[in-house]
Design a protein. Structure first.
Length: 410
């Protein structure tokens, strides 16, 4: 089996994902994807005619993000027309799954040079379309078998079932802000960050737009929980509520509402790309690898809990790699909600100084389809900075899943 080497990784800054407010909000999603694809080609000096495929993650494939944005972004980045392109959706895990699938193509010996990544414009009008919510397809049989509720309610449900108090979640959120502020001040993201420009060449954004370094524990404690009202919102014309769906699985449970805007992931726009090559191709073309893909895995969990699969995915990928938890130098687990990272740390009994050391999505934001690819670059940069070896990246996704990837710095 061929090894899949990571040659380079880059990403855009994350802009506030609100129409008319964020610096990236007016840019076409294809242009945002093209920004990182173009930068990656320029940085590595690859011949794009030799790119076998562009594997792209985008969760909301509607409107301007529809129509195979991976292929269109590559064309907009002036890649050779012979370079293929495909776009996939694993909800929040789309960008990480894109990296896994690109690596798998190379490890299987079918491809030699593949770009993986993702884009998500959270500010895009009509991003969710006019139909029912993603987790409510109108399929009553599916709903009966697997009640799926608002993700924030799933986060509150996990915290309730595991006895994780709001104070612990707010402390994790504060740590995320503090760590991100330190990372930005020390330039730890500089290697991966590429600026985004408007069509006329003017600068759109060259720095992180979302972090709130002024955050305090007292300020977080004063914020009102976000999902209590949603719990009693009807999911359809029958009058059935999200709380009713939860009660099917957990009758009589007194849900503690502990998540709010300060301990949940930020809504942002962003894109990221990772260049992978086979060892033979890299050697033949004088490419210096930065890392190799060690193992990949995906695990599922209860669709009602939805966000609870990162720990099982981590155990699965560690087993495939023949490694233990203590072998991993750095972990990146996406902070979709504070309870996701908090439960992950508790379940694996991790040293907190090895997890999300430069902050996470609570401070920096979570551009759904791009985040997984962003985290690959983030952990690689930090492994290099610390002269460490192994990193594990994982994240929860809608529908009750989690992809996981282990990389080794070379």
């Amino acid at each position: 089996m061929s090894e899949a080497w990571i040659i380079d990784a880059c990403r855009t800054p994350r802009g506030v994902g609100k129409p008319g407010k964020g610096a990236l909000a007016g840019i076409h999603p294809q242009q945002l994807g093209a920004s990182v694809l173009r930068a990656l080609a320029e940085r590595t000096r690859i011949d794009t005619a030799e790119v076998d495929d562009v594997v792209w993650g985008t969760s909301a494939q509607r409107g301007r993000q529809g129509g195979n944005i991976g292929r269109m972004s590559a064309l907009d980045a002036d890649y050779a027309v012979t370079a293929g392109g495909v776009t996939l959706d694993r909800f929040c895990g789309s960008g990480l799954t894109a990296v896994s699938m690109a690596a798998a193509q190379i490890m299987a010996g079918m491809d030699r040079l593949v770009v993986a990544g993702g884009t998500e414009m959270m500010s895009m009008p009509g991003r969710h379309g006019d139909g029912p919510p993603v987790m409510d397809s109108g399929n009553l049989r599916l709903r009966e078998a697997h009640p799926q509720v608002n993700q924030g309610l799933s986060a509150d449900l996990i915290a309730t079932l595991n006895g994780i108090p709001r104070r612990a979640l707010d402390e994790l959120a504060l740590s995320s802000q503090q760590r991100a502020a330190a990372a930005i001040a020390e330039g730890r993201f500089a290697r991966s960050l590429v600026p985004v420009h408007h069509e006329d060449g003017g600068l759109a954004l060259d720095r992180e737009e979302y972090p709130r370094p002024q955050t305090t524990l007292e300020g977080l404690a004063a914020l009102k929980p976000s999902f209590e009202t949603i719990a009693d919102t009807p999911v359809d014309d029958s009058g059935q509520t999200h709380r009713d769906l939860i009660s099917r699985r957990y009758p009589g449970l007194d849900i503690q509402f502990v998540h709010h805007p300060g301990n949940s992931s930020g809504v942002v726009d962003g894109s990221a790309a990772v260049l992978l090559a086979s060892a033979d191709y890299a050697r033949a073309h004088g490419m210096r690898p930065r890392a190799r893909i060690v193992a990949m895995a995906t695990s599922g969990c209860s669709p009602t809990l939805m966000l609870d699969a990162p720990a099982p995915a981590a155990h699965k990928v560690l087993e495939r790699a023949g490694l233990g938890v203590d072998d991993i130098d750095l972990f990146e687990v996406n902070e979709a909600f504070a309870v996701v990272a908090e439960r992950f740390i508790r379940e694996l009994d991790l040293d907190r100084d090895k997890v999300n050391v430069n902050g996470g999505a609570i401070a920096l934001g979570h551009p759904i389809g791009a985040t997984g690819a962003i985290l690959i670059g983030t952990v690689l940069d930090e492994l290099e900075r610390r002269d460490q070896r192994l990193g594990l990246v994982t994240m929860c996704t809608g529908g009750g899943m989690a992809p996981a990837v282990i990389i080794e710095r070379l």
